[in-house]
Design a protein around this ligand. Structure first.
Ligand SMILES: *[C@@H]1O[C@H](CO)[C@@H](O)[C@H](O)[C@H]1NC(C)=O
Length: 407
């Protein structure tokens, strides 16, 4: 009898600290462009250097307090972003759709003062309508690839599902570069990486959540569904722990090697019966805001060849859909555990008109790294494995998706 009561107390208490945020899966910018036959033109017009020249003259000249953060290629990564969730800022609440991004640390949404085309297509934060808004006054800039986003900073009440975060620092963008944000189905980004990666001054959202003791454990986890059916949930972000209903088997942990991104050691990546890449180990960033698996150009080109992927004029790699069942498995080795990706996992299928086309889920990009070669494990990997991010012990865990759910 006593035992039953104890169990009850334990589980009610645990459930109390868990915040469930449903994620929706929507069409990425790339998919939308492809479906409307505009992808090739877009890619030709928006090669980084062209992009740079076109928008260079648009930057406001010399804002003294403007801080420009570390360069990254995230604008292009967000072209493929697919999983979004809802947050609100202010009183009364103003709703925004954001990418919950483990590959950055800032929170930003479009400002009502933004006149960029992209802002016209999205929800904009109206500071003057909120009774809880605190003006900060500092400007910020975030490099997105070769474009800059510019904005002003403020503090607000942030709501994520049932959870309330007081006095959250965030950015309101007043200038959004380029075309990717115009077509994006999300309004802004909520970064979940370490404070050292924050390009705005201030405390990242999950650090605020930990400081305000709004969750029992300093842990969050992602379930990203593979299902493309509109009626299926796209996934779940769980704040405060992990959802045992969504995975099975043990959790395999990996210590964070550098606290900026969620960066861990990758022992190797191997194509079945063939080459092993990074045989002496490399580093991997676990990134929900990136869609594919990204690696050094030399390795990825060899890998594309091994899986029979051929390049298109705009740098994508096509695979013959009829050959999927004969393609080799790709095995990623993390901390002594093998993570096997079959072609069903690493090939993206998309409709173009009435026929299906298949793309390699691997992409080449040489990321600057002070340590070993850097890879990014994005949604291609994370939609096969439940991922757990532990700020208490600075580690990332992976577990098998529950089979029944990951159809
Ligand atoms: C904001 O989202 C919440 C939760 O979905 C909803 O109940 C509310 O009506 C929304 N508010 C506005 C102004 O759209």
């Amino acid at each position: 009898m006593r035992w039953t009561v104890l169990t009850l107390i334990c589980c009610t208490w645990t459930a109390h600290g868990l915040i469930r945020i449903p994620l929706r899966r929507m069409l990425s910018v790339r998919t939308q462009l492809r479906a409307s036959n505009r992808l090739e033109v877009f890619m030709r017009d928006h090669q980084p250097d062209v992009f740079n020249r076109r928008y260079a003259q648009c930057y406001p000249p010399g804002i003294p307090s403007l801080r420009l953060g570390k360069s990254s290629e995230r604008l292009y990564n967000f072209m493929d972003a697919q999983y979004y969730g809802l947050i609100s800022l202010g009183t009364p609440q103003q709703n925004f759709t954001v990418v919950f991004d483990t590959g950055s640390s800032d929170l930003w949404v479009p400002s009502s003062y933004c006149v960029s085309e992209a802002c016209g297509m999205h929800h904009k934060f109206k500071a003057f309508e909120s009774s809880t808004f605190n003006h900060d006054g500092r400007m910020f800039g975030i490099h997105y690839g070769k474009g800059h986003m510019l904005g002003i900073m403020g503090r607000e009440i942030l709501k994520i599902g049932p959870l309330t975060v007081q006095n959250q620092e965030f950015g309101e963008s007043v200038y959004e570069p380029g075309f990717v944000f115009v077509m994006a189905k999300f309004d802004g980004v909520l970064g979940l990486a370490y404070p050292s990666l924050a390009e705005e001054l201030g405390t990242p959202v999950f650090d605020s959540i930990m400081n305000q003791k709004s969750v029992d454990q300093p842990i969050f986890s992602f379930y990203l569904s593979k299902s493309k059916l509109p009626r299926d949930p796209g996934g779940e972000l769980l704040l405060g722990g992990m959802d045992e209903a969504l995975y099975s088997g043990p959790i395999n942990w990996n210590p964070v090697t550098l606290k900026g991104y969620w960066q861990i050691k990758m022992s190797s990546i191997q194509v079945q019966g063939a080459l092993t890449f990074c045989p002496h180990g490399c580093q991997a960033i676990i990134d929900t805001g990136t869609s594919l698996i990204i690696g050094p150009t030399r390795d990825i080109l060899a890998l594309q060849q091994l899986i029979g992927a051929t390049p298109t004029s705009i740098g994508e790699y096509l695979i013959d859909c009829a050959r999927l069942s004969s393609l080799p498995q790709v095995t990623i080795m993390l901390n002594g555990v093998e993570y096997v990706l079959t072609a069903e996992s690493y090939v993206r299928r998309e409709m173009m008109g009435d026929h299906e086309i298949c793309f390699s889920g691997f992409q080449a990009e040489d990321l600057p790294s002070s340590t070993d070669p850097l890879w990014i494990l994005g949604d291609v990997f994370l939609s096969d494995y439940y991922s757990i991010y532990d700020r208490g012990q600075d580690r990332v865990g992976f577990a098998k998706h529950d089979q029944c759910l990951s159809v």
